[in-house]
Design a binder for this molecule. Sequence first.
Ligand SMILES: [Fe+2]
Ligand SMILES: [Fe+2]
Length: 527
Amino acid sequence: MKNIENNLKKLIDIGIALSREKDINILLEKILNEARIISNSDGGTVYLVIDDGKKLNFEIMHTESLNIKFGGSSIAVPDTIYPVKIYNDDGTENIHNVAAVCALEGETINIDDAYTNKKYDFSGTKGFDKKNNYRSKSFLTIPLKNHKDKVIGVLQLINAKKKDDIIKFSHELVNLVEALSSQASVALTNQLLIDEQKNLFRSFIKLVAEALEKKDKVTGGHCNRVPVLTMMIAEEINSDKIGLFKKFLFSEDELDELYVAGWLHDFGKVATPEYIMNKATKLEGLYDKIDEIKFRFEILKRDIEIEYYKNIIEKIDSDNNKALNTKLEQINDDLNFLEKSNIGGEFMSDELQKRIRQIAKKNIMINGERKPILDESEIDFLTISKGTLSQNDRKIMEDHVVLTYDLLSKLPYPDHLKEVPFYAGCHHEKINGKGYPNGYSGDKLPIQARIIAIADVFEGLTAPDRPYKEGYKLSKALTILKYMVDDGEIDKDLFNLFITKKLYLKYANEMITPDQIDSINEKELLG
Ligand SMILES: [Fe+2]
Ligand SMILES: [Fe+2]
């Protein structure tokens, strides 16, 4: 009675301990350890079913007396140990291997002595024994089943011991190990389900980046690179034991949350029109309207030429050829000016804007109607003083981050991912409160949001695949980042970590083109 009570207590303790383990590999190792202790066996293996139920993979292997330990917290199982086939290549069941049969039938198989057993093929075991001067004798092979009664793994114990003797696994021992295996199966199923969900979610967020890539390569590349840099920074913070971040440590869950936020930070761009995301010229909409204007100027020139020839015919003025050329030259000059203004590379002064309005007054005949050569909206676009985005374009562009927050807020997150929408939605905020969309200042911006913000800017500056714009050299990108730090836009401590730990170089070596990597004066940047 005492023995049963003891075993029961042991089983409950093991069940609790197993249910607490989050790392699958360590969990499997614990399962084997506990099973070996409870049955006093010398060795054992834990297999997991892989390849859609076709194979059993060696996850953990122990032979105590030979000091062999593979998997879990020890070195991984060598690649030379191939998985056991549950089904042969021709699709038939592998009825020769005891672990495979256990997986196929879902029943415990207890063998007293492998060498006298005729049902299964133990030639591999015998080969191992010969090589290691060992004698495998008693085998207990137990299926591990999930909540749907499907075999997900196999636990195999080898050589039960009584003092120095190898004995068979007694009926009582089989019951005990089976009970333990049920506990282990619950813990394993839970962990596998959690891992599956995590994998599914991670694949899903990567799919979002891929969808964005289909829409626009630049944004897709950006969404792939920002999380890489985000996690590089977070990991550096975690390994900083003496510097600015020595007291700061992201937990496993917090890292997961940051990872998801990093991947999804620009999710809202799914709704931003492509022509605004990469607007190359001021007049670019669904196409660049400068071509339309060129047509109108062509009409204007012809109008003038027609007038000239009419005058000749009517003999009003037969000697105005010079005047005609001057007029045409003027028109060409104006058109060149408009084309240059459309690119938006330089700041446009009031004077130059005035010239646009002046040119706009020219008019042409279309369908017998006189029309100005530029309409109001074209004047508005062409007089954009900086860049190519109008105020309205900018608003649409900036709205992506509002949408990121709104859309991400709709997901039912588990507790540890609750802040994903907030961190992602703050990546355009600035420490000095001049960012968007909410103008939050430093006191409202957690370190996670600051990390994504610096990763976002640095990626944007160095992106090697932007159209119409080459990625900046490392030195230029870091100088701009330094200006932003001095202006209170970017977190200074993170920037300093970025420089002192050479994260910029680690990132650059992985993510940008070699010709962008030039020499960096770290002292100057840290000053
Ligand atoms: Fe963004
Ligand atoms: Fe971004």
